[in-house]
Write a protein that binds this ligand. Sequence first.
Ligand SMILES: Cc1ncc(COP(=O)(O)O)c(C=O)c1O
Length: 408
Amino acid sequence: MSYNELVMKNLKQRGLKVISPVLGKYFDDFEIKGGKNGYLIGQDSKQYLDFATGIACCIVGHCHPKVSAAIKKQADILLHTCIGVAYYEPYVKLAEELQKIAPMKGAMSFFCQSGSEAVEASIKLAKYASKKPGIIAFQGGFHGRTLGALSITTSKLKYRDGYEPLLPEIYVAPLDLKVVEGLLVSHPGQIGGMIIEPIFGEGGYTVVDKVFLKGLRQLGDKYNVLLIFDEVQTGIGHTGKWFACEHAGVVPDIIALAKGIASGLPLGACLAKPEVMAKWSPGAHGSTFGGNPVCCAAAIATLKTIQDEKMLANAVKLGAYLKKKLSALHQQHSALIKDVRGLGLMLGVDFGDSASVKSIINYCLKNKLVLISTGADGTVIRFIPPLNVTRQQIDQALKIFAAALDNV
Ligand SMILES: Cc1ncc(COP(=O)(O)O)c(C=O)c1O
């Protein structure tokens, strides 16, 4: 079906009458018809270069033909049955594929439908397997909006406002190993897990120091506390490696994944070392839709496409190119830009003020480039293009972004 056969006029006006006002918006009235490769197609039928990728989800571009074909094929075979009812190929195959690339040897998977659910599963597993209720999380982290994931989220106060009290036994620490060890010593036998994003995503694309991550691993081993990496945003290649933890050479006990894993179809995963998973008793957790056959087929095709089309190498190469160019813009606009940071194709430009960010992303949108903000106060612009972005597309984006900087 072509876009024009669909009824899709006045989306904002219609949406305001029927969609919950709770949903935040990066843009006031951006309406689209569809997406193809690295572009969204606007209501004006113009192509918008998409460097936001549906918040880091459309990792191989929009509607990659191999991913769409896998989805269509699976849609004629099996739409749903629930893994609790019967084993089916895509669920098992995806777990096999993840085991091959996961940093932990023999990793086993539990599938769900979102990043928040992957985090819920991870903290439930840590509590259950360790038989200890407490979880350490880190100041400025974002782990999702369900009540468990929200309890360990501190990136923005407004996420928590109106929902307190949240889960008990949550300890929020700064990125300071002495403070973390102090918490472990002062709560003997009480803390079962520590959860961290290797790059704080909603917290402003801040890369956590390798030494700190290594130190957490050592503390986890010393005090018998499970180390969880939330790789929902970093995972599956954005940083140029399948998992960001590989940059630090740290192997966590549990990993939460979602976003890019199924090219935008709703799928989350909790991966864990086999000895940790072995402690999770049948029925202690579950999901009706988790690991849906169509979503798993999309994920298998996404992983294969990343491999076949050598997209990790592309993310390393073009990520370095983009960072170099953004750093040059930083030098030119040192009064405006405070920092350029990130790994691979997960880069943040920090302006330290949200008014400039708003003006820049609106200018870019007008000029057919989609960029979105991040950071506690929306003071950072994130560049998270698909892993198969081309140099030409990066140059096109940089041209618009540079003009936006001149325009502020
Ligand atoms: C690091 C991280 N964890 C968890 C989540 C929650 O994912 P979801 O919105 O799919 O529930 C996000 C979403 O932005 C995230 O960036």
